[in-house]
Design a protein around this ligand. Structure first.
Ligand code: HEC
Ligand code: HEC
Ligand code: HEC
Ligand code: HEC
Ligand code: HEC
Ligand code: HEC
Ligand code: HEC
Ligand code: HEC
Length: 350
C-alpha cells in the first residue's frame, strides 16, 4: 500500500514538474518574421514579444556582423525593429540577455531576392509572405493604426509623418535621395492593390500590391516613357516593363534612384562589356591595348556627368542600333558625340 502511494506521489510530482516546465514560456517569442521568408525589398521588420521581466537587452546579429541592440524595459513587452538585409541568403540570430548572459536564442533564415538578380538565383524552400492582410494586421492593431489615410488625389498630407504608413515604413526612406511620390508618402500612387500580367497569382494577397510590370504606373507621371516604346529599339528589361530592375521606386543612394552606380549596374547583366573591347575594337583599337574606356571622370558630351556606359547607350531605347545615342544603323555615328575630328582620326588630344 505504501509503495503504491509513493509511486503515485512520484508520478504526481513528475507530472507537476513537467507541466511546470511547459507553463514557463520561452523568454522571447518572435511574432515575425517567419523562418524562410523571401523578401523583394531590403527591409525586414522583427516584432518580438518578451515574456520575462528580467531580460535587459535583445540583440539581432546578422551574418555580415551587423548587430542591432534593443534595450528592454520591464514595463514594455513588445519590441518592433526594422533592419536592412543584404542580397541573397541572410542568417539572423535573435538573442535575449539577462545581466550579460544569453537566456534565449532564435534563428531566422531570410532571403532578399533583388530585382536586379531576378531569375539568376531563385532560392529553394523560401516563400514570399505578404503582410497586409487582415489576419496579420490584427496582431498590430492594439498599438498601430492600420487604416490608410494616404491621399489618392496626388496632394500629399501637409505633415507626411502623419501618414499611417510612416510609423512603420519610415526606415525605408533613409536613402540619400528619395523619389517624389514616395518621399511625399503618396504610396498608393503605385500600391493601388491591383495586379497585372506578371503577378496575377498574387491577387488579393495584400491590400497594397502594385501591378507588375510597373511601367504603366511610371508612365502616368513620366511622359517620356511612351516614347521609349515607340523607339525602333527598346532595351530588354524596359521592353518587359521592369523599370524596377534598375530603379528603386522609393529612392536610393545612387543617382536616378538606381540600384547600383550606372557602370556596376550595366556590367551586372553585361559583364563581358566591362573591358570596352566591344566598341568597334578590331577597326580602331589595335594600337590602344584593344579597348575603348567604358568609364572615366568626365563625359565629354555631358560635362556635368561622369563617363559611363550610358554616355554612349541610352538605357531605355533609341532609334539607333544597339541603343546608341544616335540615329540609324552605323555605330560610328555615335563617335562624333565626343570626338570632334574626322572619322579616321579619333585621337584623344582634342
Ligand atoms: C513609383 C511607384 C511606387 C511608389 C510611389 C511606392 N512604391 Fe513601394 N514598391 C513599388 C514597386 C514597383 C515595388 C516592388 C513590388 C513587388 O515586387 O512586390 C514596391 C515594393 C514595396 C515594398 C516591399 C519591398 C520593399 O522594398 O521593402 C514595400 C514595403 C513598399 N513598396 C512600401 C511602400 C511605401 C510605404 C510607399 C510610400 C512611402 C511606397 N512603397 C511607394 C513601387 C512604389
Ligand atoms: C504593444 C504595442 C505594439 C504592438 C502590438 C506592435 N507594435 Fe510595432 N511599434 C510599437 C511602438 C511603440 C513603436 C515605436 C518604436 C518603439 O518605441 O519601439 C513601434 C514601431 C514599429 C515599427 C518601426 C520599427 C523601426 O525600426 O522603426 C514597425 C515596422 C512596427 N512597429 C511593426 C509592427 C507590426 C508589424 C506589428 C504586428 C505584428 C506591431 N508592430 C505590433 C508598438 C507595438
Ligand atoms: C504596423 C506597421 C505597418 C503599417 C502601419 C504599415 N505597414 Fe506596410 N508593412 C509592414 C510590414 C512589417 C511589412 C512586411 C515587410 C517587413 O517585414 O518590413 C509591410 C509590407 C508592406 C508592403 C509589401 C506588401 C505586403 O503586403 O507585404 C507594402 C506595399 C506596404 N507594406 C505598404 C504600406 C502602406 C502603403 C501603408 C500605409 C497605408 C503601410 N504599409 C502601413 C508594416 C506596416
Ligand atoms: C505620381 C507621379 C510619379 C510616378 C507614378 C513615378 N514618378 Fe518618377 N518622378 C516623379 C517626380 C515628380 C520626379 C521628380 C522629382 C524627383 O526626382 O523625385 C520623379 C523622378 C524620377 C526619376 C529621376 C529623374 C531625374 O531626372 O533625376 C526617376 C529615375 C524616376 N522618377 C523613375 C520612376 C519610375 C521607375 C517609376 C515607376 C516605378 C516612377 N518614376 C513613377 C513622379 C513620379
Ligand atoms: C537597364 C536599366 C534601366 C531600366 C530597366 C530602366 N532605366 Fe531608367 N535609367 C537608367 C539609367 C542608367 C539612367 C540614367 C541615364 C543617364 O545616364 O542619363 C536612367 C534614367 C531614367 C530617368 C531620368 C532621365 C531620363 O532619361 O529621362 C527616368 C525618368 C527613368 N530612368 C525612368 C525609367 C522608367 C519609367 C523605366 C521603365 C519603363 C526605366 N527607367 C527603366 C536605367 C534603367
Ligand atoms: C537586368 C539586366 C540588365 C541590365 C541591368 C542592363 N541590361 Fe542591357 N540588356 C539586357 C537584356 C535582357 C538585353 C536583351 C538581350 C538580347 O535581346 O540579346 C539587353 C540588351 C542590351 C543592348 C543591346 C541592344 C540591341 O539592340 O542589341 C545594349 C546596348 C545594352 N543592353 C546596354 C545596357 C546598358 C548601357 C546598361 C546599363 C545602363 C544595361 N544594358 C543594363 C539586360 C540588362
Ligand atoms: C564609347 C562608347 C561606348 C561605351 C562607353 C560603351 N559602349 Fe557598348 N557599344 C558601343 C558601340 C559603338 C557598340 C556597337 C558595337 C559594334 O558595332 O560592334 C556597342 C554595343 C554594345 C552592346 C551590344 C552589342 C553586343 O555585342 O551584344 C552591348 C550589350 C553594350 N554595348 C553594352 C555596353 C556596356 C555594358 C557598357 C559599359 C560597361 C558599354 N556598352 C559602354 C559603344 C559604347
Ligand atoms: C560619350 C563620349 C564618347 C564617345 C561617344 C566615344 N568616345 Fe572615344 N573616348 C572617350 C573618352 C572619355 C576617351 C578617353 C579619354 C581621352 O583620351 O580623351 C576616349 C578615347 C578614345 C580613343 C583613344 C584615344 C587615345 O589616344 O588613347 C579612341 C581611339 C576613341 N576614343 C575612339 C572612339 C570611337 C571609334 C568611337 C565611336 C565608336 C568613340 N570613341 C566614341 C569618349 C567617347
Amino acid at each position: 500500500m505504501r509503495i503504491i502511494a509513493l509511486a503515485l506521489l512520484l508520478l504526481l510530482a513528475t507530472f507537476i514538474s513537467s507541466n511546470a516546465k511547459e507553463a514557463t514560456p520561452s523568454p522571447i517569442e518572435l511574432i515575425r518574421p517567419a523562418n524562410k521568408t523571401l523578401y523583394v525589398g531590403e527591409n525586414v521588420t522583427f516584432v518580438i514579444q518578451t515574456n520575462s521581466r528580467k531580460i535587459d537587452v535583445i540583440t539581432l546579429k546578422q551574418d555580415n556582423n551587423m548587430t542591432t541592440e534593443i534595450p528592454v524595459k520591464p514595463t514594455k513587452q513588445t519590441y518592433c525593429k526594422t533592419v536592412p538585409i543584404h542580397v541573397g541568403e541572410n542568417n539572423i540570430t535573435v538573442r535575449a540577455f539577462e545581466k550579460g548572459k544569453v537566456v534565449a536564442e532564435v534563428k531566422r533564415n531570410l532571403y532578399f531576392l533583388s530585382e536586379l538578380f531576378e531569375g539568376a538565383d531563385e532560392p529553394e524552400g523560401y516563400n514570399r509572405a505578404f503582410f497586409h492582410a487582415d489576419n496579420n494586421e490584427n496582431r498590430c492593431k492594439a498599438c498601430h493604426d492600420m487604416t490608410s489615410n494616404v491621399p489618392t488625389n496626388d496632394e500629399a498630407l501637409e505633415d507626411v509623418t502623419q501618414t499611417t504608413c510612416y510609423k512603420c515604413h519610415q526606415p525605408m526612406m533613409r536613402t540619400k535621395s528619395t523619389h517624389a511620390p514616395a518621399a511625399n508618402w503618396l504610396c498608393l500612387d503605385c500600391h493601388d492593390g491591383t495586379v497585372s500580367e506578371y503577378n496575377m497569382e498574387d491577387k488579393g494577397k495584400s491590400k497594397y500590391l502594385v501591378r507588375d510590370p510597373v511601367a504603366g504606373a511610371c508612365g502616368k507621371c513620366h511622359d517620356t516613357v511612351e516614347g521609349w516604346f515607340m523607339n525602333r529599339y527598346t532595351h530588354g528589361p524596359v521592353n518587359d516593363g521592369r523599370c524596377i530592375r534598375c530603379h528603386n521606386p522609393h529612392g536610393s543612394d545612387n543617382e536616378f534612384f538606381l540600384r547600383k552606380h550606372i557602370w556596376d549596374l550595366c556590367t551586372t547583366c553585361h559583364a563581358e562589356k566591362a573591358t570596352g573591347k566591344h566598341i568597334v575594337s578590331s577597326f580602331v583599337f589595335s594600337r590602344n591595348r584593344g579597348a575603348h574606356p567604358t568609364k572615366g571622370p568626365r563625359d565629354p558630351a555631358r560635362p556635368e556627368r561622369t563617363f559611363v556606359c550610358s554616355s554612349c547607350h541610352n538605357p531605355h531605347g533609341s532609334s539607333g542600333i544597339f541603343l546608341l545615342r544616335m540615329k540609324g544603323s552605323v555605330p560610328f555615328n555615335v563617335c562624333g558625340r565626343c570626338h570632334k575630328k574626322t572619322s579616321t582620326n579619333y585621337g584623344s588630344k582634342r
